[in-house]
Design a protein around this ligand. Structure first.
Ligand code: GUN
Length: 287
């Protein structure tokens, strides 16, 4: 039987309507949520992602402030800018689009962002908070994936969740969120020996490897929930994920498409975190 497709675009659209109402409520109370986006250099993928983020802000009534710096910007310039944004009361969220040019120390930049404006959740304080299950700003992509999994109605407690990819942005926080939901979690990465041995036993398979066609049907358990975080541009311009969608949909129970799966949710979670910052609510009080 063919898997049911989890429509990330539809879920994201519905959430954005809800978030626009939350913004309107804040505005009635004299607060306009604001997101500062810092982009350094001219990486085409980063430009596209930033454009999508700003469009989502517009859609929900969040004010956005784009700071586009040249590829040869110095670390001191970036840190000064972040210092100004930290002090600016109209800015509730600060996002520095990654990757950064090599002359800039990414950790130093992320650690300079005020913890209570760190809507990406990449500051070590927020990474630690996620680790102990008290995240205020859950990283956007894995949080979006969690909502997509919830959308299936499948209970993940006690199930085997396999995450392919161990990046700080997706794989590691994803594994922590699944663990928080009491799944049994395996993290696979580029050095994993016999990847298929692990993926075949996954009840929930989250793939964030950045390799088109990595996951083929023989690697997937019958009835698994398959979430494809990959966004890869092929030579012919086509955008595909890391999963052989057409092949795997015959084995999975649920599957996300690319595009239209995880991508729209990532951007929507950024809006969610920015609104939450503007509301200044403690953990767990807004969703
Ligand atoms: N680059 C790729 N994904 C992300 C993300 O979620 N946040 C930031 N800041 N940069 C990214």
């Amino acid at each position: 039987m063919s898997a049911r497709v989890i429509d990330g675009r539809a879920l994201a659209t519905g959430l954005r309507v809800k978030y626009a109402e939350s913004v309107a409520e804040l505005v009635r109370n004299g607060i306009v949520p604001g997101l500062a986006v810092v982009m350094i250099g001219s990486d085409p993928a980063s430009h596209l992602y930033v454009r999508n983020k700003i469009r989502a802000c517009d859609e929900c009534g969040v004010r956005s402030f784009l700071h586009a710096l040249s590829a040869d910007a110095t670390e001191a310039e970036v840190l000064d800018l972040i210092g100004e944004l930290n002090a600016d009361p109209s800015v509730h969220g600060i996002l520095v689009q990654l990757p950064l040019p090599p002359q800039i120390d990414v950790r130093r930049v992320l650690e300079t962002i005020a913890v209570d404006k760190d809507v990406d959740g990449f500051h070590l304080y927020n990474v630690g908070a996620l680790t102990v299950g008290e995240s205020i700003f859950p990283p956007c992509t894995p949080y979006g994936v969690q909502l997509l999994i919830d959308q299936t109605g499948i209970e993940i407690e006690g199930k085997h969740a396999v995450v392919v990819g161990a990046s700080n942005i997706v794989g590691k926080p994803m594994a922590l969120m699944l663990l928080q939901r009491l799944a049994t979690v395996t993290i696979c990465h580029a050095r994993t020996v016999n990847l298929a041995h692990h993926t075949i036993s996954a009840d929930v398979l989250v793939v964030a490897a950045g390799k088109p066609g990595l996951i083929v049907p023989q690697m997937v358990k019958q009835g698994a929930v398959v979430i494809d975080v990959g966004i890869n541009k092929l030579a012919d311009g086509k955008i595909v994920g890391d999963v052989d969608f057409e092949g795997v949909r015959d084995k999975a129970s649920w599957i996300t498409p690319v595009p239209g799966g995880v991508g729209p949710m990532t951007v929507t979670m950024l809006i969610r975190n920015t609104i939450r910052s503007a509301q200044r609510l403690p953990a767990g009080s807004f969703d």
